[in-house]
Design a protein around this ligand. Structure first.
Ligand code: AHM
Ligand code: MG
Length: 332
C-alpha cells in the first residue's frame, strides 16, 4: 500500500519545477496529526481530560487537548519553516513565526486544531481541520490580509478524523484522497483513493433541538427530509454526531447533507468560515459535492475577519441544491 509520504512525493513528481516546500508542509501536518492522535488515544487515562482554565476568543472554555493540539500543529509548522502565519481557532490574534526562516515561508494556514472537542470525554470522534493558502504579502511576518482570502484560493485543505481508526483526508484541488493510520507501524496508508460523494444520499445531519430558531426554509427542508417517498429514499435518516469532521466524513462516504444554519439568536450560525467552512467546502467540491451558506457558494464569500462565522449547508450536491431551493422559496 502507498504511504502518505510516497503519495505526496509522487504528486510532486507531476510538477517538475516544484521546490518541495509544499510537500514538506503536508508532511509536517501528518507528523503533528500522529502526535495528537497518540494523546487522544490516552485521553481516558492520563491527566489530559478536562479544562485548561482559559477561554478562546469565542468565549469557549479551552480543554487541555485543544491547547495540546494547537501547540503541536504550531510547533510542527515552526519546525518545517514553510509557513509564515497561522489563524487558529485557539488563538485570538494571527499567530506569526518570528524566525527569519519561517518569515520566508510562502504559505499561510488556517486551522481548527481540535474540532468537536465537547466529544473528547465521551470517546466520540473528533478532528483537525486545515486550510492552506499562498501568502499575498511579499516577505516578513505574515499579515491578517494573507488569511482573508476567499476559499476559492485555497491551494490545499484537509482534515484528520480521530475515530474508530484515524484518517487524514486531503485535497490539493485534484480530487480527494484518504489515508488511514496503521498504528502498528505509525504510517498513514492510502485506503480511500479518489473519494467522491455517492449519487444519491439519505442522511441529514443538523442539531434539530434548535428547530424553533431556524429559518422557515430550513424548517421546510427538514419536513421534506421526513416525508414518505421511497423513490427519493425518503424519509431520510438523521445522524448527528456534533463533530463537523465526523458528520462530514460519514456523509461523504454514505451520501448526505450537513447543515449548521443561522438561527434567530445567531444569524451567522456557529461555524467559522476560515478554518471550518472553507476547508470542508473545498473538499466537498473536490469530491463532487456542494457547499453554500444557503444562498451562495461558501468558497466565494469574502472573509472580513479571522473568526467570522457563516451558516453552512454541505454535502451531496442534489441535497444541498434542494435545501437552497427551500431557502429561496421561503425567504423571510
Ligand atoms: P468547536 O470547534 O468548538 O468544537 O465547535 C464546532 C462544532 C462542530 O464540530 C459541530 O458540528 C458543532 O460544533 C456542533 O455544535 P452544536 O453542539 O451546537 O450542535
Ligand atoms: Mg471547531
Amino acid at each position: 500500500m502507498k504511504t502518505l509520504i510516497e503519495f505526496i512525493n509522487d504528486k510532486q513528481a507531476d510538477f517538475p519545477y516544484a521546490s518541495g516546500e509544499f510537500t514538506r508542509l503536508l508532511n509536517d501536518i501528518g507528523i503533528a496529526a500522529k502526535l495528537v492522535n497518540r494523546e487522544i488515544n490516552k485521553a481516558g487515562l492520563a491527566d489530559i481530560n478536562g479544562y485548561f482554565g482559559t477561554q478562546n476568543v469565542q468565549g469557549e472554555d479551552q480543554k487541555k487537548l485543544d491547547v495540546f493540539a494547537n501547540d503541536c500543529f504550531l510547533a510542527a509548522m515552526r519546525h518545517g519553516g514553510m509557513v509564515c502565519a497561522v489563524a487558529s481557532e485557539e488563538n485570538d490574534e494571527l499567530y506569526t513565526y518570528d524566525s527569519a526562516f519561517s518569515q520566508k515561508g510562502k504559505y499561510v494556514v488556517a486551522m481548527d486544531p481540535l474540532d468537536g472537542s465537547s466529544n473528547i470525554e465521551v470517546n466520540v470522534p473528533i478532528g483537525t481541520i486545515f486550510s492552506i493558502y499562498r501568502r499575498i504579502s511579499d516577505s516578513g511576518s505574515g499579515t491578517v490580509n494573507d488569511l482573508l482570502q476567499q476559499g476559492n484560493r485555497q491551494i490545499a485543505a484537509g482534515y484528520v478524523i480521530y475515530g474508530s481508526s484515524t484518517m487524514l483526508v486531503y485535497s490539493t484541488g485534484h480530487g480527494v484522497n484518504g489515508f488511514t493510520l496503521d498504528p502498528s507501524v505509525g504510517l498513514f496508508l492510502l485506503s480511500h483513493p479518489d473519494m467522491t460523494f455517492p449519487e444519491g444520499g439519505n442522511i441529514y445531519s443538523i442539531n434539530e433541538a434548535n428547530y424553533i430558531y431556524f429559518h422557515e426554509g430550513v424548517k421546510q427542508y427538514i419536513k421534506y427530509c421526513q416525508q414518505d417517498d421511497p423513490a427519493t429514499l425518503r424519509p431520510y435518516t438523521t445522524r448527528y454526531i456534533g463533530s463537523l469532521v465526523a458528520d462530514f466524513h460519514r456523509n461523504l462516504i454514505r451520501g448526505g447533507i450537513y447543515i449548521y444554519p443561522g438561527t434567530k439568536k445567531n444569524p451567522n450560525g456557529k461555524l467559522r468560515l476560515l478554518y471550518e467552512c472553507n476547508p470542508i467546502a473545498f473538499l466537498a467540491e473536490q469530491a463532487g459535492g456542494k457547499a453554500s451558506n444557503g444562498y451562495i457558494r461558501i468558497l466565494d464569500i469574502q472573509p472580513t475577519e479571522l473568526h467570522q462565522r457563516v451558516p453552512l449547508f454541505v454535502g451531496s450536491k442534489a441535497m444541498v441544491e434542494k435545501a437552497e431551493e427551500m431557502m429561496k422559496l421561503y425567504s423571510e
